[in-house]
Design a protein around this ligand. Structure first.
Ligand SMILES: Cc1cc2nc3c(=O)[nH]c(=O)nc-3n(C[C@H](O)[C@H](O)[C@H](O)COP(=O)(O)OP(=O)(O)OC[C@H]3O[C@@H](n4cnc5c(N)ncnc54)[C@H](O)[C@@H]3O)c2cc1C
Ligand code: FES
Length: 513
């Protein structure tokens, strides 16, 4: 994903450029010393900021300017052009900013600005607890500290490692193109430096909403002032003989990914059960490791339910071009040490099996606590549950989608992170409705598919471009209304679709934030 580290090209902004070279809304690439910098004119202001996104180094010069923000073309991170702050995930760190002077028809870039220290907020005696060390939990903790929360933060996670970049576990890391040190979201010492007490291998077993206290697996209790539940989801297991054999894997945690890699070192043939995003990404990564891969799934076309038939056929063809063999409209009825048995009666040799048959939100804690549940933890637009001061975010949360008015729950990395960020602001007493338009991406070999909005169903699908040529925008509508847009190598269109939907949300929603 990372771009080559070539020396920056283009004009030297420190020497200045003619003002006329930068029209409103335009982005100009250049450099200041050895650093790649872009100049952006937005409204009446010119900003000079770093040229690379702090998520995976996406090229911000190809991004979209929306008001005083800049959106990354790859996974839609949103940066404040005035301060560089990463306002919306998946980027969490700011981009650098430089002083700019516009005088006598020239724009000149000066010294690099210092990141401002956050103003302290909240009381030092307050204690916020976050249950979950995943996307939403981490983003919430990071935002609380970024915005100067003065109190104590405890993050409780049943994982055995600090928060990781989960999407990487089925993509670059599993394929062998990203080293282990890319996977943690922050180095281990970040938590202590930011005064976040991170307790790993810690199960929260009970929540008493009235006494405002949690019970942990070892029987101890912890009191909180405000709480965020971000317990995520767990992989569904298959109730078939052999599902617990050592060469059968699910894929959710860092350890799961490492176990598949260890198994793949001497595996010749893998069977992936389920043509889900995770199953197919795992298939692509195993092909990168030269393992023969067979995918077995009940549907007619992979990912058809999410993307429709055309993109489903494309995904299938793409995998077939890389040697994956599909066994669709079929299932696995039993797994043995060296093979799996299919519903259709045949057997497939397999010395590695990956089960990617979906996930279930981890709701037990919220259910037992008596929180309102509706196929997820019900939250309001501020992500508050039915208990005041207790919030929920990420894969477990069902929230009112301002675009459609429906209550939705989705399992996307960026949504979970953005909800964690929104929950943090609400916990700080800054009322912030969650109005972000859902976004996800999925990567198969060198082909990324981006998706904005949310369409559980649609009655019209139109395609602009050519799906098979990997150059398309697919729009999903219901009753004439645009619900979602999927795209391949049309980052500009994808960004624009997200900005349009955001605009629609802003126009229709009451201003409570
Ligand atoms: C391999 C893989 C690849 C993915 N790729 C993509 C992608 O490309 N794009 C995309 O949009 N999405 C992707 N996803 C989905 C995305 O990772 C999830 O939507 C996201 O992680 C959800 O974040 P979360 O914080 O809700 O839950 P999680 O990240 O799952 O975190 C939940 C946390 O809660 C902890 N926990 C649960 N119960 C308890 C308890 N009782 N006590 C203490 N701790 C508890 C868990 O240990 C974990 O730390 C992928 C998922 C996987 C597994
Ligand atoms: S590289 Fe910019 S959002 Fe991912």
């Amino acid at each position: 994903m990372a771009q080559d580290d070539k020396p920056p090209e283009g004009p030297d902004f420190a020497a200045g450029i003619p003002s006329a070279d930068l029209v409103d809304g335009a982005i100009l690439s250049g450099r200041v010393g050895d650093e790649a910098v872009i100049l952006v004119r937005h409204g009446g202001t010119v900003s000079a900021v770093g040229a690379k996104c702090t998520h995976y180094q996406g090229p911000l010069a190809e991004g979209l300017v929306v008001g005083d923000t800049l959106r990354c073309p790859w996974h839609h991170a949103c940066f404040d052009l005035r301060s560089g702050e990463a306002l919306a995930a998946p980027a969490l760190s700011p981009i650098p900013c430089w002083q700019v002077e516009e005088k006598d028809g020239r724009i000149t870039v000066g010294a690099r600005k210092k990141q401002p220290e956050p103003k302290k907020t909240g009381s030092p005696s307050e204690h916020f607890i976050i249950v979950g060390g995943g996307a939403a939990g981490f983003a919430a903790a990071e935002m609380l500290r970024r915005r100067g929360f003065a109190g104590a933060i405890t993050m409780l996670s049943s994982d055995d490692v600090a928060p990781v970049d989960r999407p990487n576990l089925s993509k670059d890391f599993l394929a062998g193109s990203a080293p282990e040190d890319w996977v943690p979201l922050r180095p281990e010492d970040w938590y202590a430096k930011n005064k976040i007490t991170l307790k790993l291998k810690t199960d929260v077993t009970a929540l008493d909403t009235a006494a405002r206290k949690l019970t942990l697996g070892d029987g101890s209790t912890l009191a909180f002032d405000k709480l965020l539940l971000a317990t995520g989801a767990e992989p569904a297991h298959l109730p078939i003989p052999g599902a617990d054999l050592p060469h059968v894997h699910v894929l959710r945690s860092f350890d799961d990914s490492r176990a598949i890699i260890a198994n793949a070192k001497d595996a010749k043939r893998a069977v992936v059960i389920g043509a889900s995003f995770i199953g197919l990404e795992a298939a692509a990564s195993l092909r990168a490791r030269d393992v023969e891969v067979h995918v077995v799934a009940p549907e007619k076309r992979p990912l058809e339910r999410v993307f429709g038939p055309e993109l489903g056929d494309f995904v299938r063809k793409l995998h077939e071009e890389h040697g994956v063999v599909f066994h669709l409209e079929d299932g696995v009825t039993a797994i043995a040490r060296n093979h799996v048995t299919l519903k259709s009666g045949s057997t497939l040799p397999a010395d590695l099996v990956v089960v990617g048959v979906g996930v279930r939100p981890r709701l037990t804690l919220a259910e037992k606590a008596g929180l309102s549940i509706d196929r997820g933890v019900s939250v309001d637009e501020h992500l508050q549950t039915s208990a005041p001061g207790i919030y929920a975010a990420g894969d477990i949360a069902r929230w009112p989608d301002p675009l459609t008015g429906e209550r939705i729950r989705v399992e996307h990395w960026v949504v979970a992170e953005r909800q964690g960020q929104t929950a943090a602001l609400n916990m700080l007493g800054q009322p912030t409705p969650h109005r972000a338009v859902p976004f996800f991406w999925s990567q198969h070999y060198d082909v990324p598919i981006n998706y904005v909005g949310h369409a559980e169903t649609w009655d019209a699908l139109d395609i602009d471009g050519d799906v098979m040529k990997r150059d398309c925008v697919v729009r999903y509508r219901l009753g004439g209304r645009l619900l979602a847009v999927a795209s391949i190598y049309r980052d500009g269109d994808s960004l624009k679709a997200a900005a349009d939907m955001e605009h629609q949300v802003a126009r229709s929603a009451p201003q409570t934030g």
